[in-house]
Ligand binder design. Structure first.
Ligand code: ADP
Ligand code: ZN
Length: 787
């Protein structure tokens, strides 16, 4: 094939198409779909791109040649290319957005400006290449311009990888006889003599160790290399998982329970490609089923991908996998150093790394032979991307597995209704683990009726007594409350003033016992404020957060230690792991935290879980509210009683009669989900319809509003005209109407499954490509999906 259709790495929403280039003779036969290349684009510019397809036919227009092919190590693999197709088809991504989504950011290219010497000047000879930095150190911009003009220099762009493998420089002695070497060096070169002596009996030594041991410089060593005494060689230093995992004590591997064994067998017996949903109560040992299946896939020489909601929150799972498997595990998350990431991706590509554990974007890794995908806690919202392309990783994985014949297993104690619906339609086989592993018993869930207590009560006496008793037994507690900081906001009781963020239409959250204001949306901070700026009266704190609970507990239990666990803590990985390790070791008696605590933590000595205010969960303005409340309460309750001691979960609420609690207490997932499905079917919510939300933002309030109206009118008319079964709702203002200085508006579409792709196509042309000039230049418009 002589021509390549290339995805160009420039932001071209309106110009979302492939560009054709000639494959130069020397590269013919060596370029395939998935290769990354450098091509000319625009006037005298070069740009990187991805070969998407090849063709034999000469286009009718003039085409330019591909300039450079990047090394095969950086080629995209089959899973990545297929995912790009799904991103385009299902999530309206442009070619470039799909390309950048699957390309590991550490494999991106840096564009550097270089100058090559075209006529000799000063010390430079023809052909010498000088970096821009070097040049501006030596010459002024006027001098450089003059040299360019007079033909001494010419500009060229050079692409280079942003990040590289970490390498170690090893020094090797080349001399045989120390005495002779020393004699040749002479008495005066003291440092060089030290180096020669030090290396005399060594085969090789890292250069950095040698400089440290001899107090010599790199330059001294290189001088000895130049004169033939030493050699220096580079060696890639492989990433080591031990730099990133917690040093939790090892868990002894016991044989799988009969129930676990049965699940493994049932899964194995499925027709390939296997696709199942493991519904296993908390503490049933789902992780160990995953490990067993991973072992079997490894034996067949296949690679395994394990997706977890947020990898930084699950150090325990990573530790367990790495203890039980002998192969290297590639862990992918934001805290992995770039050089290590380069190494991980390269070894995934060669097949050297066989097990990959990561959050949703790990699905984009360049697998060579992916044989099994495991998705833990599949119900978690973090599988949905918050940025463009707004894919849903579980859905993406299911499609990928189906198309490329990869086995897949989703697991959860509380599967999402979306996923569970696939059991109804026959796409997934349901497998069950109904008992907790070993001697553990499912915790007892009890509702604490708060109706007789004043509003804003932190701890009922029932909960306080339970904590006292728990500590008396030398056991530990976990308390859950879904609000960070000290208080939700500060308000004025006299005039109703609420202290708001400067940049957002959002009340500021109170931190540090009332001394700090922080905006959760834009990070804006402000010192304390005590008087109302409106009327001068005292401001009061409204709605308590986890800091306040910690403060109260420290007063009630002065000899006990408590730690707060929220997203701020998890952003400090080392500190988070330290906190968990200290808790495991019993140096901390109680954890107080947000929903982060619901995510798979496993501590045998925790026998009491408290939910401070369940009401907060059941009243979210969202159709998912019941589902997520059910999930959170069940998951949090599942943190108690995981060892051999029984556990209790106490749920405080002002609405003890709420029907949801009945399902939670009985752990009657089937009944809950049946009722919830019926409701959604009647009212028209996913999984029975797809919701498209068109999100509009603008710094101009009126523009945002007008944009919404314009899109509404256009689509309303066109759906009717084309008989598309889709409901479109009048534009609304989202709950927070302004974030980071941008006003927001949104449009909701409810679409029957059969019409999903027709509607998406219309949204894509109208909004992404702006074919009908619908999108005002003052607005940002994008499409979000649900179902
Ligand atoms: P889940 O993810 O289903 O909530 P886990 O996989 O964390 O449950 O398992 C619950 C507890 O049981 C953990 O402490 C785990 O180490 C233990 N466990 C489960 N299966 C085994 C096994 N085969 N050998 C040793 N420990 C196990
Ligand atoms: Zn803000």
């Amino acid at each position: 094939m002589r021509y390549a259709n290339v995805i160009i790495n420039v932001k071209t929403r309106q110009l979302d198409k492939l560009f054709t280039y000639v494959i130069p003779p020397e590269l013919r036969g060596n370029i395939l779909a998935g290769h990354r290349v450098v091509v000319p684009f625009g006037k005298g510019q070069f740009i990187d791109g991805l070969v998407w397809s090849l063709s034999a036919e000469k286009p009718s227009f003039n085409v330019k040649p591909i300039v450079e092919k990047l090394p095969d190590d950086y080629m995209l693999g089959p899973t990545q290319l297929y995912i790009m197709q799904i991103l385009r088809k299902r999530y309206a991504a442009t070619y470039q957005e799909a390309y950048l989504a699957v390309l590991p950011s550490v494999q991106k290219l840096d564009k550097n400006l270089l100058y090559s010497v075209t006529r000799p000047f000063d010390d430079y000879t023809i052909g010498h290449v000088i970096t821009k930095r070097e040049l501006i150190e030596l010459y002024s911009q006027t001098e450089i311009n003059a040299k360019l003009k007079a033909g001494y220099l010419s500009k060229q762009t050079k692409f280079d990888f942003k990040h590289k493998n970490k390498t170690v420089e090893w020094v090797k002695p080349l001399y045989l006889d120390v005495a002779e070497a020393l004699a040749r060096i002479g008495q005066r070169a003291v440092k060089k003599r030290r180096i020669i002596k030090h290396m005399a009996h060594l085969k090789r030594l890292p250069l950095r160790d040698l400089t440290a041991a001899t107090r010599a410089t790199r330059r001294d060593i290189l001088a000895l290399v130049n004169s033939g005494f030493l050699a220096v060689e580079q060696q890639i230093e492989n990433y080591a998982i031990s730099n990133y995992t917690a040093t939790t004590p090892t868990t002894q591997h016991k044989p799988l329970s009969a129930e676990q064994q049965r699940v493994v067998e049932q899964y194995e017996a499925l027709k390939a490609p296997r696709a199942a949903l493991l519904i296993g109560v908390t503490g049933s040992g789902k992780t160990w089923v995953y490990i067993e299946l991973a072992k079997q896939a490894l034996q067949l020489g296949k690679q395994v991908l394990v997706l977890v909601p947020e990898i930084s929150l699950t150090p325990q799972l990573v530790a367990r996998f790495s203890e039980q498997l002998t192969t290297d595990i590639g862990v992918i998350h934001t805290y992995i150093r770039p050089a290590d990431k380069v190494n991980i991706y390269q070894r995934i590509k060669t097949g050297d790394i066989k097990v990959v554990i990561g959050a949703r974007s790990a699905i984009f890794a360049p697998f060579k032979q992916l044989g099994l995908i495991v998705i833990d806690e599949e119900h978690e919202y973090s599988y949905k991307s918050e940025t463009i392309p707004r894919y849903q990783a579980v859905e993406l994985a299911l499609q990928l597995a189906h198309k490329l014949s990869i086995d897949i297993l989703l697991g959860s104690a509380t599967p999402s209704i979306q996923t569970h619906h696939l059991v109804d339609t026959g796409r997934l086989k349901a497998l069950y683990l109904k008992n907790a592993f070993g001697p553990a018993q499912l915790s007892d869930i009890k509702i604490v009726d708060m109706t007789a207590l004043p509003k804003d009560t932190l701890l009922s006496s029932l909960l306080t007594d339970a904590i006292t008793a728990c500590f008396a037994r030398r056991e530990q507690v976990i308390l859950f409350h879904n609000r960070k900081g000290y208080a939700r906001s500060k308000q004025c009781r006299s005039c109703g003033y609420v202290h708001m963020c400067q940049n957002c239409a959002v009340p500021l959250t109170v931190y540090e016992g009332g001394n700090q204001f922080v905006c959760h949306y834009c990070g804006y901070r402000e010192p304390q404020l005590t008087k109302c700026p409106n009327c001068g009266n005292q401001l009061v704190e409204i709605g308590f957060g986890i800091e306040q609970i910690q403060q109260r507990l420290s007063v009630l239990f002065p000899t006990k230690t408590f730690a707060v666990v929220d997203s701020d803590l998890t952003h400090n990985q080392a500190k988070y792991i330290d906190t968990l390790t200290a808790f495991k070791a019993g140096q901390i008696d109680g954890l107080i935290g947000t929903q982060i605590l619901a995510k798979g933590l496993d501590f045998a000595n925790v026998t009491l879980v408290g939910v401070i205010l369940a009401d907060q969960l059941i009243h979210m303005p969202d159709y998912l509210s019941s589902e997520s409340a059910y999930q959170l309460l069940t998951q949090v309750a599942g943190r108690a009683g995981r060892g051999d001691k029984p556990g209790v979960a106490l749920i405080q609420t002002y609405q003890p009669e709420h029907p949801l609690f009945d399902f939670v207490i009985k752990r009657d997932f089937d009944a809950f989900i049946k009722e919830e499905k019926q409701l959604r079917d009647i009212v028209g919510y996913p999984p029975y319809v797809t919701l498209f939300t068109v999100k509009i933002q603008s710094e101009n309030k009126i523009a945002a509003h007008q944009q919404a109206q314009r899109l509404y009118a256009f689509y309303d008319k066109n759906f009717k005209r084309n008989n598309i079964e889709a409901q479109i709702f009048q534009p609304i203002q989202p709950y927070y109407a302004r974030i980071r200085h941008r006003y927001r508006a949104q449009l909701l579409f409810k679409v029957k499954k059969e019409s999903r792709s027709a509607v998406l196509t219309m949204l894509y042309y109208g909004i992404v490509q702006n074919k009908y000039n619908l999108v005002d230049s003052k607005c940002w418009v994008d499409i979000d999906f649900d179902g």
